[in-house]
Design a protein around this ligand. Structure first.
Ligand code: EPZ
Length: 428
């Protein structure tokens, strides 16, 4: 198992380039199944979730060829299978998007329940409600979710909770369903807009993505397209927070500053200097942050996927901070790891109270999930001394070339595997 070894305590300085958005990529790739011709997808992040989705597409019969590291050509013409097995589905949450995409393509789908980060219960009842409203019968048998319909037709759906996954899955199933589908109380995240733009670039008729009401008029045919995925809002936010947390000065390139507003607002409130450019932001910090209050919410609120990273930054604040998790039941499992590094955090249900300490101390810690893993990297960069971060396969799911990107900013971070460590010890 690989781990990261970080010698922290140095301010990050320089420029980092942000890759394509994970949560857009994992929706757009299954959406290619709705197309009747080959598509080219650009700006794909080099992360293991993307590799897994591409493997699933191949398994379903699509032809995949890489044009370069971040561009792939996908020909779905012969994708005749409609089953996604447990071994593929359990690796990530986004495998559930094959339900909507396969239902839209074949009027039937059988997909094992999705995996992904552990934040407590992660139901898919709103996805199922949407498929049923479109005319599908959904059953769960032998550990597989099966959705089937003689035909789908447009309908009105009100989501009981604002769900990114349900909004995406219903959009996928409805794109080719005859008639008008209206999703009310839809999620508004940038990746929802990106998926709608991708589908529209193939000839779909989707309006309102990015607002609470999305209208989809079903079309018969989707044609080939070349599409470039938006930059990753959360990867950008992670480097912004890392810059501030280390007292650094970093330009984060290839971003859409509008997507970063809530993160910019909170960093500014804590005393960081943030400058916005057309496609970049610069974050500068030269003191301990001030404590602040944050509540995570669906977009455009402060993203839950930035909660562990900002909590780590606030661990060294001059004052007390309060973070309330407004999306997931259980997203504070990383706090035990931060406590090992000297943070003073008390969790009560969905609220964490952070009493700022002067600095974090190095320690061996674990990545308990993807964003928690990113938070441990930031903590290691903040702490003066050597921190090791284990279980980094979680981080690989969503951050491309993380060690290389931080090293470009002057960090002393290395990825090692236990084998190479063993070899070094033997040789010595
Ligand atoms: C997406 O997960 C993201 N994953 C998550 O990012 C992110 O944390 C989350 O949205 C919220 O922004 C992907 O895009 C692949 P939801 P998703 O459905 O779609 C409840 C990361 O770190 N709910 O918006 O699974 C649910 O329990 C990952 O990149 C229902 O009750 O999230 C939660 O409380 C981790 N019934 C809330 O809605 C449902 O049918 C939001 O969940 C669906 C969801």
């Amino acid at each position: 198992m690989d781990k990261f070894v970080i010698k922290g305590g140095k301010p990050l300085k320089g420029t980092v380039r942000i890759g394509g958005a994970k949560n857009a990529a994992v929706a757009i790739l299954p959406a290619v199944l709705l197309c009747d011709e080959p598509c080219v997808i650009e700006n794909l992040p080099e992360i293991s979730d993307v590799t897994l989705i591409l493997r699933a597409l191949e398994y379903l019969g699509a032809d995949i060829s890489y044009i370069n590291k971040s561009t792939v050509s996908i020909d779905p013409t012969h994708a005749n299978a409609f089953v996604v097995s447990k071994s593929i589905a359990e690796g990530m949450r986004a495998s559930s998007y094959f339900l909507g995409a396969l239902l839209g393509r074949h009027n039937k789908a059988r997909v094992a329940p999705p995996g992904g980060c552990d934040f407590g219960v992660r139901p898919i009842d709103q996805h199922i409600k949407g498929f049923e409203a479109l005319g599908a019968k959904v059953t769960i048998e032998n550990g597989m979710v099966e959705a089937k319909a003689p035909s789908l037709s447009g309908c009105s759906i009100y989501l009981d909770v604002v769900s990114v996954g349900a909004t995406i899955n219903i959009m996928l199933a409805a794109t080719k369903a005859p008639g008008l589908t209206v999703i009310e109380n839809a999620a508004k995240e940038p990746h929802i807009v990106d998926l709608a733009n991708f589908l529209n670039s193939m000839g779909a008729d989707i309006m309102g993505a990015g607002t609470g009401v999305i209208k989809i008029r079903g079309v018969n045919h989707l044609h080939s397209t070349n599409y470039s995925i938006i930059p990753d809002q959360i990867e950008a936010g992670t480097y912004m927070v890392a810059a501030a947390a280390t007292g650094g000065d970093v330009i984060i390139n290839n971003v859409i500053p509008k997507h970063l507003e809530s993160i910019i607002a909170k960093l500014t409130e804590t005393g960081a200097q943030v400058t916005e450019y057309d496609e970049a932001v610069r974050v500068k910090m030269d003191r301990r942050p001030k404590g602040c209050k944050i509540k995570t919410m669906p977009h455009p609120g402060f993203p839950t996927d930035m909660q562990p990273q900002i909590a780590t930054y606030l661990a060294i604040a001059d004052g007390t901070s309060v973070i309330t998790e407004g999306v997931w039941d259980s997203r504070f499992r990383y706090v035990d790891q931060l406590t090992l590094m000297g943070a003073d955090i008390v969790v009560d249900g969905k609220t964490a109270i952070i009493s700022g300490v002067e600095g974090l101390k190095p320690a061996p810690v674990k990545a308990v999930d993807l964003r928690a893993g990113a938070a441990m990297i930031i903590a290691g960069l903040m702490a003066d001394g050597t921190t090791t971060v284990e279980d980094i396969e979680h981080i690989d799911r969503g951050y491309e070339n993380l060690a290389e990107k931080f090293a470009e900013l002057g960090a002393d971070i290395k990825r090692i595997d236990d084998h190479s460590e063993f070899r070094i010890i033997k040789e010595a």
